[in-house]
Write a protein that binds this ligand. Structure first.
Ligand SMILES: [Zn+2]
Length: 464
């Protein structure tokens, strides 16, 4: 199938999906039902249990069962998992559960007040509260959480358990020499890939909400495709997207969304695809299906949520100097202290005060490119000349040092020493998958990419 074919079909699919939303059309509803059946069959064939993409049908038991199916698949490594220490877990379970006193924390409770009501001595409270970094979490107990206490027949504390969040447990044990020791037990989160999709009618967020997709995933989706699609200007009615991502569960309860594994966005008829890939060296990023990076080597704007207050020009009125001079960069007005990010991977070539720039950072990116960040309020901790930084890493904070009327970032982009307009300069692409890993890339991303393709085909078939 040629690119144009795909393009055409997807457009029609998008249109048809639009109509499917009309609840009065039973014919179309039947088509939607057929589509759902086809897709679920396809998903099962791929090894994704229906329960994993249709959370309404999911109970604790079905989740457990489907998890066995998931892990028999040869899917990319699921990095979201947190691993448990099963040996420690067994030690805890060795104690008879009924002997534990369970205290539910109420508003205003402290460790001292809870221990005191349980008849535990103040000495023990001090010993545990000041034991180490782990037991410091007991200062931040919240109403509704539980503390479990196990005392001996003289009322002395033998053991305690506290669950600061559902992914871990703090356990404190009295040793034979009457001292205490603690440990944190981390529980494994089970990752289940889910498939979701949406068609844009008014906004991306609204479409996502209709498709039962969280804001976190939408933001991540916008980050992944943000290099190709301007989400504030380019979005059209009828644009559609599909996404495969992990949902992280513990004991059948969803804890949070994990990483996006693959996604497709059809914007104004053009298809963009992205897949997450970790190479054998452990470097991970999003690539298109051919292994090309989804990123450019540089961020156009090193500050998020900022307003452009002055553009690049060869001549402009300078408010401080009260005369005409060129402006060889872009100014971003933002609240003092707003984080400033490295535009690309590179090496810090200067940190310090430099004339009208005030507090400034210069980053050298390979031999050709330099980026400059001026009027800063301060620098990120530990930032110094010669240090390597990654794209998006926080390097400093917006301020008004040097020649500035108010807090803003002055950002420059230089190519071979020549100032270029950061908003319009053609940005080089970030590195693709290394040619020696292409085979590995294909093997490890096939499952998710074929899920996206399958959806395209199914949608197209149902619109005839
Ligand atoms: Zn400026």
């Amino acid at each position: 199938m040629s690119f144009q074919d795909l393009d055409f079909k997807s457009n029609r699919a998008a249109l048809a999906r639009h109509q499917c939303i009309d609840p009065t059309s039973s014919g179309l509803r039947m088509k939607l039902l057929i589509k759902l059946l086809l897709v679920s069959t396809a998903l099962i064939l791929l090894g994704f249990g229906v329960s994993s993409w249709q959370p309404a049908a999911k109970g604790a038991d079905s989740t457990r069962k489907s998890s066995r199916l998931h892990y028999s698949l040869e899917l990319p490594e699921l990095i979201d998992s947190i691993f448990s220490d099963s040996e420690d877990a067994q030690v805890l379970q060795a104690v008879d559960d009924s002997a534990w006193k369970i205290v539910t924390i109420k508003s205003g409770d402290t460790l001292a007040s809870i221990f005191s009501s349980a008849g535990i001595s103040a000495t023990t409270t001090h010993q545990i509260a000041g034991l180490n970094e782990q037991t410091k979490t007991l200062r931040y107990i919240k109403p509704g959480q539980k503390i479990q206490l196990l005392t001996d027949n003289q009322g002395r504390l033998r053991r305690m358990k506290y669950v600061p969040d559902i992914t871990k447990t703090l356990s404190v044990i009295r040793n034979e020499d009457q001292s205490f020791s603690s440990q944190i037990l981390n529980f494994q989160l089970d990752a289940y890939p889910v498939f979701r999709e949406g068609v844009i009618e008014t906004s991306l967020f609204e479409a996502a909400a209709k498709g039962n997709i969280s804001e976190t995933i939408v933001m991540e989706l916008a980050n992944i495709f943000g290099w190709d699609i301007d989400f504030s200007l380019d979005i059209r009615r009828g644009d559609r997207f599909s996404v495969v991502y992990n949902e992280l569960y513990k004991g059948g309860i969803k804890i949070r969304d994990g990483r996006i594994l693959a996604a497709e966005f059809i914007n104004n008829g053009k298809i963009y695809k992205a897949v997450y890939y970790t190479d054998p060296k452990g470097d991970a990023d999003y690539f298109n299906e051919n292994g090309k990076s989804m990123r450019k080597a540089f961020l156009r704007s090193p500050v998020k949520f900022a307003r452009i207050s002055s553009r690049f020009s060869n001549k402009r009125w300078h408010p401080v100097l009260s005369k005409w001079r060129s402006h060889k960069g872009v100014d971003y007005a933002a609240v003092r202290g707003t984080p400033v990010r490295a535009s690309g991977d590179g090496k810090i070539s200067f940190v310090g005060t430099k004339g009208s720039y005030g507090r400034a950072i210069f980053i050298q990116h390979g031999a050709r490119y330099t980026t400059v960040y001026g009027h800063l309020n301060g620098y990120a901790q530990g930032l110094k000349r010669g240090k390597f930084v990654k794209q998006g890493q926080i390097i400093g904070y917006v301020g008004s040092s040097g020649l500035a009327t108010g807090p803003h970032l002055h950002f420059e982009f230089r190519v071979n020493g020549v100032h270029r307009n950061p908003l319009t300069v053609r940005l080089p692409e970030a590195k693709p998958v290394h040619p020696s890993y292409l085979q590995h890339f294909k093997q490890n991303t096939r499952a998710y990419l074929s899920m996206l393709e399958l959806m395209d085909t199914t949608l197209a078939e149902n619109t005839h």
